[in-house]
Ligand binder design. Structure first.
Ligand SMILES: *Cc1c(COP(=O)(O)O)cnc(C)c1O
Length: 387
């Protein structure tokens, strides 16, 4: 097969729009010169709406996990009590980072595939009034669940002083979050998911309440010290050499999002989710996640009549369609289709049609064309509602 035929429908890294690829090939500039200052000053205000904030959005040159770690080291000291929602591999990562930095972690374990109950967090806070921060994932990429983080933030602030720290790596740029309105204190993201870039940038949007905690916190930190990023940002700089090519690309990503309209971008993700879920229902392939908890950027299914890994192998070898497998105990049990960033209903119609052929190869029982028809119908319905 032609090696350029790969169709990347995994929840990151995601495909890069051609104009973003071109933007990234611009010649280098000096990172302490006027051009870089102009670039940083252009990016700073344009990033804010994506995070639903009028506050600072810091840009680090490192992968998304670095900003998760930055959130931990900047807001906590060893021995501090924190709550971590663990409902999948990324919640588990937050817990591991917190354990690494010797925090006293109160885990809220949620069955993988479900969203956390807001009441469970409230209960933990009441039982542990000294908790300094609540860590929760927005889109739990390993299952395709979207946790109700706005509601969580509102409730946490009603009943405690704790910060609310959200991992939005696989949702920002694809799903709306009202950071300021709901009171999220730190909202983290990365470049290679819905932000349509290669890996290498991490984002941290910071609330005023988080800044006061960060400034008072005495834990030593260097590369991940958010105070230095803030100080530099205020003068149109970065503390260290930034990943300039990615910043050039980011400028183009922001233009694409602004041209389409941020609300339209979010709607497009909702539509792709609905099309994908309608198709799997029509194909008798069980969805892992309920309608209420499902993410608009990634969909997981748990096949009963065939092996998920065999499906992925055939889809890839015959059509170049890349889907993702399960993580942790769901390895081999599920597969995941990413529909975020540079992905649109066109792609959904394509991958659902391919999926049908692969399901036929596997001897799965369904009416050929039913998935595609369901996706088409979901598209027609969703776009009719928008008119
Ligand atoms: C991909 C992802 C990360 C990890 O980001 P890296 O860029 O690989 O460090 C963290 N959290 C979530 C929810 C993700 O989907």
């Amino acid at each position: 097969m032609n090696r350029e035929w790969e169709i990347l429908q995994i929840p990151g890294p995601t495909p890069i729009p051609p104009s973003v690829d071109r933007a990234m090939s611009q010649p280098m500039i000096g990172h302490r010169g006027q051009k870089c200052k102009a670039l940083m000053e252009d990016l700073a205000p344009r990033l804010k709406p994506i995070f639903g904030t009028t506050g600072d959005v810091l840009v680090l040159s490192s992968s998304g996990t670095s900003a998760l770690e930055a959130a931990v080291v900047n807001t906590t000291s060893a021995g501090d009590e924190v709550i971590v929602v663990v409902a999948g591999a990324f919640g588990e990562r937050f817990a591991k980072i917190c354990n690494t930095y010797e925090l006293n972690v109160h885990r809220i374990d949620v069955e993988w595939g479900n969203a956390v109950q807001v009441a469970a967090i409230e209960e933990q806070l009441q039982a542990n009034p000294n908790v300094k921060a609540v860590f929760v994932t927005h889109c739990e990429t390993s299952t395709g669940v979207m946790h109700p983080v706005e509601e969580i933030a509102e409730r946490v602030h009603e009943v405690s002083e704790a910060l609310v720290i959200v991992d939005g790596v696989s949702s920002m740029g694809g799903a709306a979050l009202d950071m300021d309105g709901s009171g999220i204190d730190l909202l983290i993201s990365g470049s290679q998911k819905a932000m349509m870039l290669p890996a290498g940038l991490a984002f941290a949007a910071v609330s005023e309440q988080a800044w006061s905690v960060i400034h008072e916190n005495t834990r030593p930190r260097f590369y991940l010290d958010l105070r230095t990023y803030k100080k530099s940002l205020d003068s149109g700089q970065t503390p260290f050499t930034p990943a300039l090519s990615l910043l050039f690309g980011l400028q183009e990503v922001l233009s694409l999002i602004e041209e389409e309209g941020l609300d339209k971008v979010h709607e497009r993700h909702q539509i792709m989710k609905e099309m994908t879920r309608a198709a799997f229902r029509a194909l008798n392939v069980p969805l892992l996640v309920s309608e209420e908890d499902a993410s608009s950027t990634v969909t997981s299914v748990r096949p009963q009549t065939f092996k998920a890994e065999q499906f992925r192998k055939i889809a890839n070898e015959e059509f170049g369609l890349m889907t993702a497998g399960g993580q942790g105990h769901l390895k081999g049990e599920i597969f995941r289709v990413g529909h975020m960033g540079y992905s649109r209903p066109t792609n959904v119609l394509q991958y659902i049609s391919i999926i049908e052929v692969v399901l036929k190869r596997l001897g799965h029982d369904f009416e050929q064309g039913a998935g595609t028809a369901a996706a088409q119908e979901a598209y027609l319905q969703a776009t009719r509602e928008l008119d």
